[in-house]
Design a protein around this ligand. Structure first.
Ligand code: ACO
Length: 323
């Protein structure tokens, strides 16, 4: 059996770091409110020269270097994003060009904050069926460009950034080295559109629009729904919360993450938390957290890692990875 094995990670953050106190100078909020409700202490925000593509290229280049690979080794690029530089072409093709990748194909996935999990699940299908050998899966976002900076209920929550992993098709099950994506489970339910959406686009206002959110409803759904995809992942692999080495959820806010972990019986010491430093970077948050936890020595070879996310739509999903 072929498995999709993680052979490299990388990430990129805009240079500009913005603290809660700095935000409090322009909107009616406070460090205390933001930290208590969300766990967020700071976020990075793109300047005029930084776009989703430039951040994605940097993160992807770092992941390639980490894997010890070059552009000719990649035959699939998937970028999860809801904030592309342009309506088209895709960010993934810009990453392909930016890295000098000439073979194969590239496309974006739009599943908002669940986009990276969707990307991993999709790449895994191409790799395990033998259509490609190595895939770059990138999550890259500049949510600062779709925020209403006068709306304190949303603008304090998000940040910009990108993360990437390289997946390689390797002989898995049945060998002594059975590593890689063991299972992935995706869900969506479009009837929740109005809970979290952007009020613009080519087919509505013709402008980019701004993010709108019913915070309490999103919170309730997030904690209530993640359990099904994670239960599916455990059932498909005969594992349980006790077997996990790390839980790396989408970094929306600390209270959602801790309530979800508690509900699932996952010890809080196994939870990787980066929302304090990065804010909610949507599809970029999981690969940013994976890269952080790998480079600081937490995630090691053969660790069992659960990734999980929920985003606008709603969309949600989970994947279990033997590192
Ligand atoms: N600073 C100060 N006060 C604020 C702020 C702010 N930034 N934002 C809201 N308030 C005020 C409100 O106006 C309200 O005041 P009122 O009582 O006088 O009306 C009070 O704080 C409480 O507001 P609530 O919305 O009830 O606060 P709540 O405890 O629900 O927290 C929050 C709000 C943090 C947004 C919470 O609902 C939440 O975490 N929701 C999930 C949101 C999320 O993470 N979304 C993204 C997930 S999916 C994705 O990533 C795309």
């Amino acid at each position: 059996v072929i498995r999709s094995v993680v052979v490299g990670t990388g990430s990129a953050l805009p240079a500009r770091l913005v603290t809660n106190d700095e935000l409090a100078k322009t909107v009616d909020t406070s460090d205390e409110w933001i930290v208590q409700r969300t766990g967020i202490r700071q976020r990075h925000l793109a300047d005029a020269s930084e776009t989703t593509s430039t951040l994605g290229i940097k993160a992807a280049a770092a992941a390639l270097e980490d894997a010890g690979l070059g552009p000719d080794d990649i035959d699939l690029v998937i970028c999860a994003t809801s904030t592309p530089d342009h309506t088209f072409p895709s960010v993934a093709t810009q990453i392909q060009a930016g890295l000098g990748i000439r073979a194969g194909f590239a496309f974006d996935i739009q599943a908002v904050c669940a986009g990276f999990v969707y990307g991993v699940a999709t790449a895994d299908k191409f790799l395990t069926t033998g259509s490609v050998r190595r895939a770059l899966v990138v999550g890259a976002e500049t949510f600062s460009r779709i925020l209403d900076w006068k709306d304190r209920t949303t603008c304090v929550l998000f940040g910009d950034g990108a993360g990437a992993i390289v997946l390689e098709a390797q002989a898995g099950e049945g060998t002594s080295e059975d590593r890689g994506v063991l299972t992935s489970h995706l869900r969506s339910d479009g009837k929740h559109r109005d809970k979290l959406y952007v009020d613009g686009g080519p087919g509505s206002t013709g402008t980019t629009g701004h993010l709108r959110m019913e915070g309490k409803d999103v919170f309730r759904f997030a904690v209530g729904s993640v359990t099904d995809v994670i239960a599916d992942a455990f059932a498909a692999t005969g594992t349980s919360a006790d077997d996990l080495t790390w839980f790396v959820p989408h970094q929306a806010n600390r209270r959602i993450i801790e309530a979800s972990a508690d509900k699932l019986g996952i010890d809080r010491s196994k939870v990787v938390l980066t929302v304090d430093r990065h804010g909610n970077t949507s599809a970029a948050s999981i690969p940013l957290a994976l890269d952080t936890a790998r480079k600081d020595g937490r995630i090691k070879r053969r660790d069992l890692v659960m990734i999980e996310a929920i985003g606008g739509g709603f969309t949600w999903g989970a994947a279990l990875i033997r590192w």
